[in-house]
Design a protein around this ligand. Structure first.
Ligand SMILES: NC(=O)C1=CN([C@@H]2O[C@H](COP(=O)(O)OP(=O)(O)OC[C@H]3O[C@@H](n4cnc5c(N)ncnc54)[C@H](OP(=O)(O)O)[C@@H]3O)[C@@H](O)[C@H]2O)C=CC1
Ligand SMILES: O=C(CO)[C@H](O)[C@H](O)COP(=O)(O)O
Length: 469
């Protein structure tokens, strides 16, 4: 261990929780000297004790003065604490010890509006999104940089060294100024919510519709993971389905309460999409599904009043191939919506987001990493602003798998199996291929009750009115 009074460390880190501890070990393992600080000092001691050989590159500190003093100038200090007021509080306590040119990096899941504000208020502040959970943080996360490019380039050598790699390329890139990095991470999480909900719906169809046990479902996910759906989330779903509760011996899934938690990033994605007028119904359905899952008492009351929906599917009504197709189509549609939102935000906030770079940074390390992301990166390189459903490779896949999505959605709905994300995907797909929609009725109604005016099919211009009598 080094003398904390001498500024030798390459970087500092505040917050040795699940993510911070793993990031710190990852940084030390890549050969960087790192100073660490945690609010609860005993956690710092325990962390260093458990760091093994890596402790030689770790300087534990118990005060901000010591932390700052132990880092080489210009100091780079990562914050890995809960999003919100804690970040502001840490910045306020830290800044008196800092000098011009020092950099604070908020690596938590901040709301990008907070990041924009902090970047404007605090010199040298940047916000970055980090994904991959504890395992990713330890062995290679995906990092979505944001804020001042100059500040990013000073911390990039460390972040690129610790990031996951895809084809030798680090999954760590600067996305854009201000809150761009945190916005991209937020949309990543929105897509994560949707991916997870789609998988949960497929699980529900297998469990309640097809009467399959968790042990029977595990190899199905495993099989899907060898095909088009290859992804981290399908891979862990197979492992989850196979897992047993050590206490009861029952399937792990069968002992977990069906009430989903959330920290807010999915909700922020939906809120920003509404502000930007970007349609992301699959992600919105996933957020709503978590909210509905939280209404445990009401759901029990609903079952008591209306009776449980029938759920069991007649033999042969749906195949596992149909379900796999539904997930493939649903996933493509969901990502098309996510990138549409990113394009809308990039334009609205003048960030100049590079769509293929976002897909590339998501190819490894992050929670939504999947085989499809490389094809998405290629499609976005060809046409960054094109809806992904229009890219030849995905248009082809949608043609192949549309029938499975339609069949799954309709059979599930008929038998009372809730599949809100799958049906949202199908409705979006159908609306997005309808040249003549039904909004003429909306326009007529708006004009009828509020004289809002409409456009006509047979002539140019706007502000036409109907003779509604
Ligand atoms: N867990 C995950 O999979 C991921 C999390 N993130 C984000 O990373 C950030 C950290 O998450 P995670 O590591 O899971 O969180 P943890 O709860 O595991 O750790 C939180 C850390 O913040 C410190 N902390 C909490 N409150 C305060 C406070 N009021 N003042 C000072 N320090 C405080 C804790 O210190 P103490 O020991 O004293 O409590 C601890 O070091 C969050 O923004 C989260 O959203 C991002 C990607 C993935
Ligand atoms: O950022 C993450 C993964 O990418 C975190 O695990 C985050 O906590 C997940 O969101 P939520 O807790 O709302 O499910």
């Amino acid at each position: 261990m080094r003398d904390p009074a001498i500024g030798h460390s390459d970087i500092g880190l505040i917050g040795l929780g699940t993510m911070g501890a793993m990031l710190a070990l990852n940084i030390a393992e890549k050969g960087f000297a790192i100073s660490v600080y945690n609010r609860t000092a005993s956690v710092t001691d325990e962390f260093v004790t458990q760091a093994g050989d890596l402790a030689a590159r770790i300087t534990p500190t118990k005060e901000f003065a010591a932390l700052v003093g132990s880092i080489a100038r210009p100091r780079k200090i990562i914050l890995m604490v809960p999003a919100g007021p804690v970040v502001d509080q840490q910045i306020a306590e830290l800044t008196p010890f800092l000098e011009d040119g020092d950099i604070i990096i908020d690596a938590g899941n901040a709301n990008f509006h907070d990041t924009e504000r902090r970047a404007a208020e605090v010199p040298g502040f940047i916000g970055i999104g980090v994904s991959g959970g504890a395992e990713g943080a330890r062995h290679g996360p995906s990092i979505m940089g944001g804020g001042s490019l100059k500040a990013w380039s000073l911390v990039a050598p460390v972040l690129e060294a610790i990031a996951a790699r895809y084809d030798g390329q680090p999954c760590a890139s600067w996305m854009g100024p201000g809150g761009a990095g945190h916005f991209v991470k937020t949309v990543h999480n929105g897509i994560e919510y949707a991916d997870m909900q789609l998988i949960a719906e497929a699980y529900g169809v297998m469990r309640d519709g097809m009467g399959m046990t968790s042990a029977g479902i595990a190899p199905v996910f495993e099989g899907w993971n060898a095909g088009r759906l290859r992804s981290y989330l399908i891979e862990i779903s197979a492992q989850i389905a196979a897992a047993q509760d050590a206490e009861s011996g029952a399937s792990m899934l069968d002992v977990i309460l069906d009430r989903a938690g959330q920290k807010g990033t999915g909700r922020w994605t939906a809120i920003e999409a509404q502000h930007l007028g970007a349609p992301i119904p699959v992600i919105e359905a996933a957020v709503a599904a978590r909210n509905i899952s939280a209404k445990l008492e009401e759901r029990h009351a609903g079952q008591a009043r209306f009776g449980a929906s029938p759920k069991a599917l007649p033999e042969g009504a749906l195949t596992l191939e149909d379900l796999e197709s539904a997930l493939i189509a649903g996933k493509i549609i969901c990502y098309a919506q996510g990138f549409d939102l990113l394009n809308a935000a990039s334009g609205a906030f003048d960030w100049g987001l590079t769509m293929p770079a976002i897909a590339e940074v998501w190819r490894a390390g992050c929670i939504i990493r999947s085989a499809m992301l490389d094809d998405m990166a290629a499609a976005l390189r060809e046409a960054p602003a094109r809806n992904l459903m229009q890219a030849p490779v995905f248009a082809g896949l949608l043609r192949t798998h549309e029938a499975g999505l339609r069949k799954t959605a309709s059979v599930a709905m008929t038998h009372g199996l809730p599949v809100p994300a799958l049906t949202a995907a199908l409705a979006y797909f159908d609306m997005m291929r309808t040249a003549r929609g039904t909004a003429n009725m909306i326009q007529a109604q708006r004009d009828f009750f509020g004289e809002h005016g409409f456009e006509r099919l047979d002539r140019a211009g706007s502000g036409f009115h109907g003779d509604w009598g």
